[in-house]
Design a protein. Structure first.
Length: 621
């Protein structure tokens, strides 16, 4: 029911209804005007014709009455006058009266009014006619059996032979038949009008539907499809060269141009999306209010955000800089902005560079922000500064010491047989330490620049460790360590375990770890060396019972120049680069190195390297 009401309402609001209605109303109004004018003209013509007939009859009677009224002494005047009046009887004539110059009724046609003969008529119209000699006519209404009827009265003067007024003829004629006939014609005309009106409406519906409503409906559907983005829909069928045809043709051309423009825009958008998706930098674009409208995946990763959270959000809120800057300041700034993004795992440093989007008119429609992750760059820069500072500090200490001893020798200490050798020994020791430091720095520099190559060969790690540990056993049994009790315990595999690596550099790594175990176990103790298989890897571990490493320092022990106990390390001639070099060497081999420790109980260093199976060895050989 509701659907029918909606359809009915839609029909009455459509051109299918409005145009025929307009045609019908225009035709009806025109017909009404024509009918009114026609009725008036027809009425005037019919009344005029009827009046002319009565006038003619009255003239005839007046002419016949001239001779009769001239001879006023005629005894047969009344009878002759009655005969003359009776000769004027007609279908519509109600009554005829003949009067003399004194307005005395001489004869009447209507028998019911015979009693009025000899009486005088007191009427202004009659007096005017008798006085002026001009015919007069007018209409009046009578009540005939309860029905109103219109009557035409014609008063015609009677002239004598010498043109003097000697009387008048009064004819009363029923003119109602004229109006009845006029009404019949009007009704017929109205019926014809209704038939023509209905035919016109039907024809208007057909013409409007074919020439106006249907093309307009097609244009409407086409424009709705264009508004919805359906540019590939079927074109409007155009026939003719009228205004609607030209409009339909223009809409077809518009759809083609929009389709081409949309294809170009879509191609550009895909190209832009592809560029944004493959950019190594993050890109953000905003509208003129600073709300984010475009953001690529790289920017989302840099900001550690989701697209739902940042899209259409203010860039000030996303960057969390509303307390420091205003959006206008971002539009006007030419400097880059550095953001620190803190998440659960790591802190990232982001560089933001802004560019204003301006139209040719100068209107600012937004900004484009390019995000670059400079975390590693900042880290490298920070490490470089720390490295320069550490190198300067590490070199300044022995140089200062050497300068002091040299100045003392210059001042005369060289002549002292006991002090001079001691001073020279310190100078030599500090010189050796600086040489080792410079050597280590050169090695690290080569590793950082990729210039340090590895001499790969097949190595039996079990045999390698046996040789290294044998050498350290001999070292610990020397007089230098006689006052301390060190014991090296070996837990090695019973079978050969092979790796592919640079033997000299691996020996240096293991030597460094064993030396550290000895240095940081000042009271002696057990040093345990283990070699085990772990899946596809072999794991070397060296444990001591020394001072241990504080928990907060474990993550830093492989950093350059890092020392847990700086004073003790310098006293023992360490450069602070041994573990850093060890880490780089192991990573060049594709392995890992790490440490665990309990303070005052000892430390364990682990080295994991890729194992090579026996069959691979045969192929390698």
């Amino acid at each position: 029911m509701i659907g029918q009401q909606l359809l009915s309402k839609k029909f009455f609001q459509s051109l299918h209804f409005k145009i025929p209605l307009l045609f019908g109303l225009l035709f009806f109004a025109s017909f009404q005007l024509v009918a009114t004018l026609f009725n008036r003209q027809l009425e005037a013509e019919m009344v005029s014709t009827f009046t002319t007939q009565i006038h003619s009859r009255s003239e005839t009677l007046a002419t016949g009455a001239t001779a009769l009224l001239t001879n006023v002494d005629d005894s047969s005047l009344q009878s002759k006058a009655h005969e003359l009046v009776a000769s004027g009887v007609g279908r519509d004539v109600i009554n005829i009266q003949m009067i003399n110059q004194k307005s005395e009724i001489i004869a009447v046609l209507n028998q019911t009014e015979q009693i009025n003969v000899g009486m005088y008529i007191r009427s202004l119209d009659v007096s005017t006619v008798l006085k002026r000699g001009e015919r007069k006519s007018h209409q009046y209404t009578i009540d005939a059996n309860g029905t109103k009827q219109r009557v035409l009265r014609v008063i015609t003067p009677i002239f004598s032979s010498n043109h003097t007024i000697i009387g008048a003829v009064i004819i009363d004629a029923n003119i109602e038949s004229v109006y009845t006939q006029l009404e019949t014609i009007s009704n017929l005309f109205m019926n014809i009008m209704i038939i023509v009106l209905m035919s016109t409406i039907v024809l208007a519906i057909f013409v409007a539907n074919r020439t106006i409503a249907k093309p307009v409906t097609e244009i409407q559907k086409k424009t709705e499809l264009i508004a919805e983005g359906e540019y590939n829909s079927e074109d409007i069928n155009v026939s003719g060269n009228d205004e609607l045809s030209l409009l339909a043709r223009s809409i077809n051309e518009l759809a083609i141009k929009i389709r081409e423009a949309n294809a170009t825009t879509e191609s550009e958008r895909q190209r832009l999306d592809s560029v944004l998706a493959h950019m190594s930098d993050g890109v953000i674009a905003t509208d003129r209010r600073g709300n984010i409208v475009i953001i690529n995946e790289e920017a989302l990763q840099l900001l550690d955000e989701t697209r739902e959270n940042v899209l259409y959000a203010s860039i000030m809120d996303v960057f969390k800089i509303r307390q420091k800057y205003t959006y206008r300041q971002l539009l006007e700034t030419k400097d880059e902005l550095i953001l620190s993004i803190q998440n659960e795992h790591v802190e990232s440093i982001i560089k933001c560079e802004f560019s204003v989007i301006k139209r040719e008119s100068g209107f600012i429609s937004g900004i484009v922000c390019v995000l670059s992750d400079i975390t590693e760059q900042e880290k490298v820069e920070r490490e470089r500064r720390e490295f320069v500072s550490n190198v300067s500090h590490e070199l300044r200490t022995p140089l200062t010491s050497m300068r002091s001893y040299t100045e003392s020798l210059i001042d005369g200490a060289w002549q002292d047989a006991e002090i001079a050798p001691q001073f020279l020994g310190v100078i030599q020791s500090e010189t050796d330490r600086m040489i080792r430091m410079v050597t280590d720095l050169l090695l690290l520099s080569k590793m950082d620049s990729g210039q340090q190559s590895l001499e790969f060969e097949m190595i039996d790690v079990c045999q390698l460790l046996q040789n290294i540990l044998d050498r350290f056993d001999m070292l610990l049994s020397s007089e230098e360590y006689a006052h301390k009790q060190y014991e090296i315990i070996r837990h090695l595999s019973d079978k050969p375990l092979w790796i592919e690596g640079d033997q000299d550099k691996l020996i240096r790594v293991i030597d460094n770890i064993l030396n550290n175990a000895i240095k940081y176990s000042p009271d002696g103790g057990q040093i345990t060396c283990r070699l085990v298989e772990s899946g596809d890897n072999i794991v070397i571990s060296v444990s001591d019972q020394g001072l241990g490493i504080p928990k907060k320092a474990i993550a830093h022990v492989f950093q350059r120049f890092y020392r847990v106990d700086k004073a003790r390390s310098r006293e023992q001639g360490g450069t602070g680069l041994g573990l850093a070099i060890s880490k780089d060497v192991i990573e060049l081999h594709g392995g890992k190195i790490w440490a665990t420790s309990i303070e005052n109980q000892g430390s364990t260093f682990f080295i994991s390297l890729k194992k090579v199976d026996f069959f691979d060895i045969e192929e390698w050989g």
